[in-house]
Design a protein around this ligand. Structure first.
Ligand SMILES: [Mg+2]
Length: 414
């Protein structure tokens, strides 16, 4: 430790947030198993959250309504209430802001707080954490678990370590003992694929990763491996970002769970058309273009495939985004081989750059055609802005209205 004060960072995670907030609005459901899920009739019926009773009966987040009912026939359903969740999230944030102005949201129910500058006023990290937990309980009727540490990654792991309603302190002295025995995918940003890959090399726990040779991990996992190795060794130095230092938008995407299983190229094309229209319009509204298009495909068994490609030149046109997304799909999904219908899709524009940064347009690119299409899409944006999203649509969407009849923009709350 140098002369600089050691950072004190809290990660607050409200426990079982969505189900608890929803249930508070429905006291008549007290003592019953309850799940929050989307529109039952449109089959957006995937369990988004469940209360403890439902959990004990085997109801799992991500399963379908049918599966959940199989385990728990008397399961009660509530629709998600985005406005209510936002309200509780804001009230929690108001509590945090009483301790520090350095508050960074991570989803709707989690926040990091840098309280390094607040210790003299409010006591040490654990004291502040306990105080915040008490206030969330008393003022919001919710419980939270809080991790206290000297970096963001360990603070986050602390809030997972013991819950509900607990404070866990992870220090430079105890992190090996507490965190190293945990499975490696408990590390933030270490996904299933990474876990599998590391497993091949006998790296199963966070401690295994931390003790592995840095260069070897980098050669195995690239830049992302370097980050994970540092996290495992307590070397994360990312600052808590305050609202005004929010990073520029990194990507713009839209996804949907289709009202029925997608079983053909045409089904996928129609769905991607709606998603790409929205992504294009949002890019134009933000005055951005993308250099990369990404797609995500989730099949009936919720296994996921994601692919990305670079587009020939930066674009914010729905048609070009669609072309890229659909070619990616054709190149990566084989109906016969996967032999399973698709449940949800997303289209995302990444590698964004400002619109007026037009210098890099390549020479072989037909600028006249591009500008005409752009003018057309902007006219459509204007019409939709005035008369609603549905006033003008691609003809292909009418070939199966049951698939195209959704508004992707509103389906991103989770
Ligand atoms: Mg939570």
């Amino acid at each position: 430790m140098g002369t600089e004060a050691e950072s004190v960072i809290l990660h607050v995670d409200m426990n079982n947030f969505f189900a608890t907030v929803s249930c508070m609005m429905h006291p008549e459901l007290a003592g019953k198993p309850v799940a929050v899920c989307g529109d039952i009739e449109k089959r957006h019926g995937i369990i988004l959250a469940k209360n403890n009773l439902a959990k004990q009966r085997g109801v799992k987040t991500g399963s379908t309504i049918g599966e959940a009912r199989f385990f728990c026939p008397d399961l009660q359903f509530l629709p998600p209430d985005g406005a209510l969740y936002m309200e509780y999230s804001r009230r929690a944030r108001d509590i945090y802001c009483g301790y520090t102005d350095r508050v960074e949201s991570f989803g709707i129910d989690e926040c990091w707080l840098d309280v390094t500058g607040s210790l003299r006023l409010f006591g040490d990290g654990v004291t502040i954490a306990d105080d915040i937990r008490r206030r969330i309980r008393e003022e919001l009727g919710l419980t939270a678990s809080v991790g206290v540490s000297y970096n963001k990654i360990f603070a986050k792991m602390g809030s997972d370590y013991r819950k509900p309603d607990a404070t866990t302190l992870i220090t430079r002295d105890n992190f090996r003992e507490l965190l190293w025995p945990l499975p490696v995918d408990d590390l933030l940003f270490a996904g299933r694929a990474t876990k599998k890959q590391l497993h091949l090399y006998g790296i199963n726990t966070i401690g295994d990763l931390a003790r592995a040779d840095f260069a070897q991990i980098v050669s195995l996992l690239g830049k992302c491996g370097a980050g994970l190795w540092q996290f495992a060794n307590g070397l994360d130095r990312t600052p808590v970002r305050t609202e005004d230092s929010a990073p520029p938008i990194k990507s713009i995407g839209n996804g949907t769970t289709a009202p029925r299983d997608l079983v053909s190229d045409e089904d996928v094309f129609i769905t991607m058309r709606v998603l790409s229209d929205s992504v294009g319009a949002r890019l134009r509204a933000a005055r951005l273009r993308c250099r990369t298009v990404q797609i995500e495909i989730r099949d009936k068994h919720l296994s996921m495939l994601s692919r990305q490609c670079r587009v020939p030149y930066p674009t914010n046109l729905a048609g070009e985004i669609l072309d890229a997304a659909f070619s990616l799909f054709r190149a990566s999904y084989c109906w016969d081989m996967h032999n399973t219908p698709i449940r949800s899709l997303s289209v995302r524009a990444a590698n964004l750059e400002p619109e007026d940064d037009g210098a890099q347009l390549s020479l072989d690119f037909d600028i006249g055609r591009h500008l005409r299409t752009e003018a057309l899409e902007r006219t459509m944006d204007g019409l939709r802005g005035r008369y609603g999203d549905r006033c003008i649509r691609s003809a292909v969407l009418y070939s199966d209205p049951s698939l195209s009849d959704f508004t992707p923009r509103t389906e991103q709350c989770f």
